[in-house]
Design a protein around this ligand. Sequence first.
Ligand code: ADE
Length: 241
Amino acid sequence: MRLDILTLFPNMMTMFFEESILKRAQKKGLVEVVFHDLHDYSLTKYGSVDDYPYGGAAGMVMAVEPLANCIEGLQKERHYDEVIYTAPDGEMLSQPMANQLSLAENLMILCGHYKGVDERVREHFITKEISIGDYVLTGGELATAVICDTVIRLVPGVLGDEQSALGDSFQDGLVAPPEYTRPPEFRGWKVPDVLLSGNHAKIEQWRMEQALQRTQERRPDLLKASNDLKDLKDIKDLKKR
Ligand code: ADE
């Protein structure tokens, strides 16, 4: 996968991609991340790419021409599966969306800033707008880092143990069950017996029950959305037998 990130602040982002799994993904040649400093596309001698909004509102707006030049220059080189714009009014980032994006070959992400971008950029170049939550960030860089993190770890081969991504919270519409590691007892706080039993079927069943219970307690909205309440009832019925 190739990721082209268009930003006014590349330095803010590079560090994030130089550590841990994102670094390993690039080292393994599975993911290439290329930053484009939008100042390089400025049409002014001051390097600015923003301008005052028509109509006299407060704040600055990223101008259409430098952004068009950057985006079209890249599109001449290769086809992009999506040209993404980060914005608080975009579609909410979700695990199914990340799964879908992880299958892409080339993604372009434009980090929004200031008051936003000239609407014509959104109308004519952007194919997908993503929000990471109902709050306003100073810029799209953090949102882009979050999107890249959740997508890159799903690219086949990036995680050593493929199962660990499938077991993530939200992958099956549920939050993840609790995990424990050694020692089996600390200050009298014990690891649940079933996890030490070696009975894989029982452990699997315990994990599923825990995931369902936690989801019901912490994120009932997920259950409502995915109709898993029915599954919970089925499981409880099964246990009664
Ligand atoms: N830019 C500013 N706020 C944002 C948000 N919540 N999500 C994505 N991009 C943003």
